[in-house]
Design a protein around this ligand. Structure first.
Ligand SMILES: [Fe+2]
Length: 333
């Protein structure tokens, strides 16, 4: 397929995600002691953490709040010039919030909202992690040692957001952020866009938009962390269940992305995925894969259906049965 216009390559990758939690101490225990992330900084209402393989100083910001949900989603620009270009394009589209002076470990950023209302930012200046002596790795190319604590996730991988209008948000990510559309789910003979999976990198997807069946705005479906193989995902299931963490689905394998997954709720209520497998995409002219409801089946490669909560629950949570805007059958991930 020939691209319609010169592709935008101004976003390098997903930089970090801020999660809101009403139970900060228990959420920190989950990410630090069970998932094995490293706390690197504390501020008044936030703790900053990282995976052992993340090159940046911090990739997860846990912020105390009344309700669970997602805060600012940070994307690193490819260059200082790319940051300026994207900031102007987004501001011209009327979605800009404005410039910030930066956050822990990184320089100034341009904040904006996607059409559904999620807060995002783009930045360029990033402080690479320099491990203190106890965390030095003998591998010169590893930012810190593999501690082996808990699941010991390597890095941040992706996040899935809910949107009342998937198509509008997908077009925003393609046109204004330059993300490549990798896969879609479309129902009603292609007329209804249920979900879209996109990425600015070779990683299969770093951002997904999936329809919010309750008609909400700015909500998080899940945040995903990478481990190197399937055994790590199954080991994670053992560790988490032994520590009283609710396992919602998996370990199993998705159709979409071929990812091997485990879904849990961290104590604050946010859905967190432990993820491996999947595949990389290198083609500049990648043809998006589109799945119909019939092809979708249960949404799971190995047949077992994902639970109803997978459609109905997101953060912040909204009570009620849903709007009927999306089918109530086969879970569409
Ligand atoms: Fe995911």
């Amino acid at each position: 397929m020939q691209p319609q216009a010169e592709p935008v390559h101004d976003i390098a990758h997903l930089g970090s995600v801020e999660l809101f939690t009403p139970k900060p101490d228990k959420s920190l225990w989950y990410f630090r002691d069970l998932l094995g992330m490293e706390p690197v900084h504390e501020a008044a209402q936030s703790v900053y953490l990282r995976g052992y393989g993340d090159y940046a100083t911090s990739t997860l910001k846990l912020t105390t709040a009344a309700n669970a949900g997602v805060g600012c989603i940070s994307w690193r620009a490819a260059s200082p010039q790319a940051l300026e270009r994207r900031a102007k394009a987004i501001a011209d589209a009327g979605l800009g919030i404005g410039w910030t002076n930066g956050d822990f470990g990184r320089g100034r950023s341009f904040r904006f909202r996607d059409p559904d209302g999620h807060v995002m930012e783009i930045y360029y200046e990033e402080q690479n992690f320099v491990a203190p002596a106890p965390l030095h790795s003998t591998l010169k190319n590893l930012p810190q040692e593999y501690t082996g604590r808990g699941v010991c996730v390597r890095r941040v991988d992706h996040l899935a957001l809910l949107a009342s209008d998937v198509e509008t948000n997908r077009k925003f990510a393609q046109d204004l952020l330059g993300f490549q559309l990798r896969e879609q789910v479309r129902y009603d003979k292609g007329k209804t866009e249920i979900g879209s999976w996109m990425s600015p990198t070779a990683v299969h997807h770093q951002l997904a938009y999936v329809v919010d069946v309750k008609g909400g705005h700015g909500r998080l479906h899940h945040f995903s962390l990478w481990v190197d193989n399937r055994d790590d995902v199954m080991r994670a299931a053992d560790i988490l269940i032994e520590n009283g963490i609710f396992i919602e689905a998996g370990p199993s394998k998705h159709n979409n992305s071929q990812g091997f997954y485990l879904y849990t709720y961290e104590p604050g209520g946010n859905r967190v995925e432990i993820y491996s497998g999947s595949f990389l995409v290198f083609a500049p002219d990648w043809e998006p894969v589109t799945w119909s409801e019939e092809e979708r089946g249960t949404g799971v490669y190995w047949g077992a259906t994902l639970p109803e909560s997978f459609i109905q629950y997101a953060t912040p949570n909204v009570e009620g049965e849903g709007t009927g805007k999306a089918p109530q059958f086969p879970v569409f991930f």
